[in-house]
Design a protein around this ligand. Structure first.
Ligand code: ARG
Ligand code: ZN
Length: 885
């Protein structure tokens, strides 16, 4: 909290650190009401810096108790300390700095630094939390070898953990004990971690390819012991996969994971001691959905993969965040695709990107994958840095091929092991290993905004030549009025009556018998380019952007029959799904047009037929069928409409509900038959063979919810008989949404009574209610904030209730009287001082005021009210001020 306007940090101002800290020894004395941190730092001047003058160490919320330079207290005039750190005049070239600070983890509600969560001490240091633990050069390019001593009460805190290997353990006086941890790998302070608590653990082993025997432990509260197996299995899969796909082995004798209830993000890759939000590590059939199991697997893998992409090779500064996050998200996406369904994973990722990331790129907080300035770095753990960053890495993979990409990543790890580097270094390794120039490609890192591709085609019947003309353009974003063309891999195929056509570009010799010449990656790099395919027997339907080969918007004037062709016949799962979605968007357009004209909408028979075909028993993959049957989400539709000039949220909602009901009516019998064909498995398992049919059945149930008793009867039976959370929640949603008030309240209360002791299930219960389409949705959420199950101090609960309401219950969040905005603004205000990171993150839906023309006044009014509050945290200040600009 500061009074003066928080200042921007700029990439252009980067200077190497004045000093380095090769060695760090920390000694923690943990007590409930305070903690003493003794730090002994070996500092040496950095030969790469020519800066002179006082040395500043970062420190926030620390009460300095002792300060020694080379064992002596410095003269008072030679040092000073303020709210942001400690300054030492004319430091020696090399010296030992000892500090003792007192901190109060119990009062730490921001969950950054060292804090207490349900009686357990834990840390979160990324990005700049270490400065809340000790005075330090708290920046990722200062890497140090740590030795950590922890003293605590033995009974209350039997488990004391930090990074690396445990080297000693002994009893102290007064019922306390001491444990020492040494981490041989130099690491930046953001990877430091400490945990102290009364925890149980599940244990396993892994032998690396090189023969290292690694002890794997997952620490949880005793009551959750049975929920760690899935994470353990996922961890072992991830360790094996990284050896096989990237040649990366684990490098310590232990790998620990700790689950904590109060956590701002999903999880954290601290060296050898990953700390996880309980929601991202605990899993069992009764408390975790199918999607939840997959999420645990993906996040466990993500954090594990960081051991190389993030820890062994780390970031020079926080502008390079995507260096580790984009790369690691790409790695975990490929892991999930290899272990599960590649098509589905791609569909999910494309959906996330096209709804949320495109919206971010089109909004007031748009920034490049490598931002060039920030006020609060915590605001930059965004979809752009993570997901778009991963797409940039995927494009490299597409352009270089699997082998070339692997050669590049091998070179990157070899060249930079133990270093703190930049996105440029990553690209240089990729380019050098492939003897190519990626100079233009690098624009993806510096240019914000979603590129738009406009495709036109021409057919010359006489010569059999088919020409695609592609224009690219990236819209202006804040601070970036003009954009340069980007290197864009456009994967495609051409469909003829009998299937995929062989592709020969003008000037090439046709490859006669070569098998796989039906798929092509065109590399775009000019504002406009044409490609002519020759020797075609008929005018093809272009299957464009196969595999979602680039994070772009693509427009081509497909006719509906062409979409239907792609939907059934293209080889690529993403194209098939996307064609179906486009057909649905067109049908929704019909409904909106009819409504606007005051006429009765009619269901597009082509769409009804396509959906019926997906429900046919002959459809091979039920999981893909379910994804294809799902209507585009409201956020997707709002994003599309906003891009076209402005979204009418009520009209979108109305059209979508109309179409759901129309399909429910037209397909009632097939839907019911499909539900019957996919009864619950005898015993639940979160495996593909079950997840697909389950998801198809529950998708059908969602449509049948519009059919009165037909849906209710099925849902009641399913709720009564289900042995897993996926089926229970799907049924509960139908009863709560489509049942009468008595049915709704009885079902919701019954569910709460049964599951109130399982925090993660209660979060689903909160989230389900937050997203119900009921006239009193706002009031329900407000009332739930007073429910004993809610806790403003727990980020998971805030996200489940308030975050879900504002992000996913659009018509009610945007209620005409502004009550939804008031609700959100009130929570942000309450959290501003208490947990600024969460407060700022919650604000996202309110920053999108430009997309909703009829609500601009009300949304801006709430933002302005927040902007005028005294003592805004830098986090909230940055989001509010940038979105009002
Ligand atoms: N590095 C973590 C990850 O794997 C995220 C930590 C974010 N922490 C924060 N305070 N913003 O994605
Ligand atoms: Zn990460």
């Amino acid at each position: 909290m500061r009074d003066a306007q928080p200042r921007s940090i700029r990439l252009a101002d980067y200077r190497p650190p004045m000093f380095l800290i090769p060695r760090t020894a920390l000694h923690f004395e943990l007590y409930e009401d305070f903690t003493l941190v003794h730090a002994t730092l070996g500092l040496v001047r950095n030969p790469a810096s020519d800066e002179r003058g006082p040395l500043r160490l970062a420190g926030e919320g620390l009460e300095l108790r002792e300060l020694l330079i080379d064992g002596e207290a410095p003269v008072a005039s030679r040092w000073r300390c303020d709210a942001e750190g400690l300054e030492l005049d004319d430091p020696p070239e090399a010296f030992e700095l000892c500090t003792t600070v007192r901190i109060d983890p119990r009062a730490n509600t921001a969950l950054e630094g060292l804090y207490l969560s349900r009686g357990m001490f834990c840390t979160q240091c990324e990005a700049e939390g270490f400065r809340r633990i000790s005075y330090f050069l708290d920046r990722p390019d200062v890497m140090s070898v740590y030795s950590v001593t922890i003293d605590a009460d033995r009974r209350r805190y039997p488990v004391l953990l930090s990074n690396g290997n445990r080297t000693s353990q002994r009893a102290l006086d007064d019922g306390r004990h001491r444990v020492v941890w040494e981490d041989p790998f130099p690491k930046p302070s953001y990877l430091f971690a400490l945990v102290a608590g009364d925890l149980a653990c599940i244990e396993d082993r892994f032998r690396t390819r090189g023969g290292r025997d690694v002890a794997l432990r997952i620490y949880v509260e005793e009551k959750d012991l049975a929920k760690g197996d899935h994470a353990m299995a996922s961890l072992k899969h991830a360790m094996r996969w990284d050896e096989e796909r990237y040649g990366r082995e684990y490098d310590l004798d232990v790998f620990n994971i700790v689950a904590v209830d109060d956590f701002n993000m999903g999880a954290m890759e601290n060296k050898g001691l990953n700390i996880f939000n309980t929601s991202c590590v605990l899993a069992c059939p009764a408390t975790t959905t199918d999607a939840g199991f997959q999420r645990v697997e993906a996040i466990v893998a993500h954090e594990y993969f960081h051991n190389w992409s993030g820890n062994r090779v780390t970031c020079r500064d926080w502008f390079q965040l995507s260096l580790k996050e984009g790369f690691t998200v790409f790695r975990d996406a490929e892991f999930s695709a290899d272990l599960g369904s590649r098509d589905l994973k791609r569909i999910e990722d494309a959906t996330l990107l096209r709804t949320a990331q495109f919206a971010e790129d089109a909004g007031p907080l748009a920034h490049p994958v490598r931002p060039d300035s920030y006020i609060e770095i915590n605001n930059f753990y965004t979809l752009t840095v993570y997901e778009k960053g991963a797409e940039v890495v995927r494009m490299l993979h597409t352009l270089l091929g699997e082998e070339g990409f692997r050669a590049g990543s091998d070179l990157y790890f070899e060249r930079h092991d133990g270093q703190a580097v930049t996105c440029d270094d990553f690209i240089a390794a990729m380019a050098d290993a492939n003897d190519t120039d990626l100079g233009t490609f690098k624009r993806w890192y510096g240019q914000a905004g979603t590129p738009e591709l406009t495709v036109e085609d021409a057919w010359d019947k006489d010569s059999g030549a088919y020409t695609l003309t592609v224009r690219q353009q990236t819209p202006a974003t804040p601070g970036q009025p003009g954009k340069a063309p980007l290197v864009i891999p456009l994967a495609l195929g051409l469909l003829g009556d009998a299937g995929n056509l062989r592709l020969t570009l003008e000037g090439e010799t046709p490859d006669g018998e070569q098998a796989d010449n039906t798929h092509r990656v065109l590399v775009l790099e000019e504002p406009e380019q044409s490609f002519t395919f020759t020797g075609l027997p008929e005018r093809p339907v272009p299957a464009l952007l196969r595999g979602f080969s680039a994070p772009v918007r693509l427009s081509y004037p497909y006719r509906r029959e062409q979409l239907r062709t792609l939907m059934t016949r293209d080889d690529d799962g993403f194209v098939r799904w996307d064609a179906g979605q486009q057909l649905m968007v067109a049908a929704l357009g019909d409904v909106q047009a009819a409504r606007a004209a005051g006429t009765t909408p009619a269901l597009d028979p082509l769409l009804a037929e396509a959906c019926a075909a997906l429900l046919d028993p002959a459809t091979p993959d039920p999981a893909v069928a379910a994804a294809m049957l799902a209507l585009p989400g409201e956020s997707t539709l709002v994003e599309l409409a906003a891009h076209a000039g402005g979204a009418d949220i009520d009209a979108i909602h109305d059209a979508r509900e109309w179409l759901r009901a129309a399909l429910g009516e037209a397909l009632e019998d097939v839907l019911v038959r499909c539900v019957r064909r996919h009864p619950p498995a005898a015993a639940y398992a979160p495996v593909g063979e079950q997840i697909g049919p389950r998801s198809l059945r529950n998708t059908c149930l969602g449509y049948l919810a519009t059919r009165g008793d037909t849906g209710l009867v099925l849902a009641r039976a399913q709720l009564a008989e289900a042995d897993n959370l996926t089926d229970r929640l799907a049924a509960l949603r139908v009863l709560a949404q489509a049942g009468d008030a008595t049915e709704r309240e009885t079902a919701l209360e019954g569910f709460y009574a049964a599951w109130q002791h399982e925090a993660l299930v209660v979060n689903h219960w909160l989230q389900l209610q937050a997203t119900l389409d009921l006239p009193d949705a706002v009031e329900r959420v407000t009332a739930l904030m007073e429910h004993p199950a809610f806790d403003l101090g727990n980020p998971n609960k805030v996200r489940s209730l308030v975050g879900a309401f504002a992000g996913a219950n659009l018509v009610h969040f945007h209620r005409a009287d502004g009550a939804g905005y008031g609700l959100l603004g009130g929570v942000v205000e309450a959290l501003n001082a208490r947990n600024p990171q969460i407060a700022a993150r919650l604000l996202t839906p309110l920053t999108k005021w430009r997309t909703v023309p009829v609500r601009v006044e009300a949304m801006r009014a709430e933002l302005s009210r927040l902007a005028a509050l005294p003592a805004l945290s830098p986090d909230v200040y940055e989001v509010v001020s940038k979105s009002l600009e």
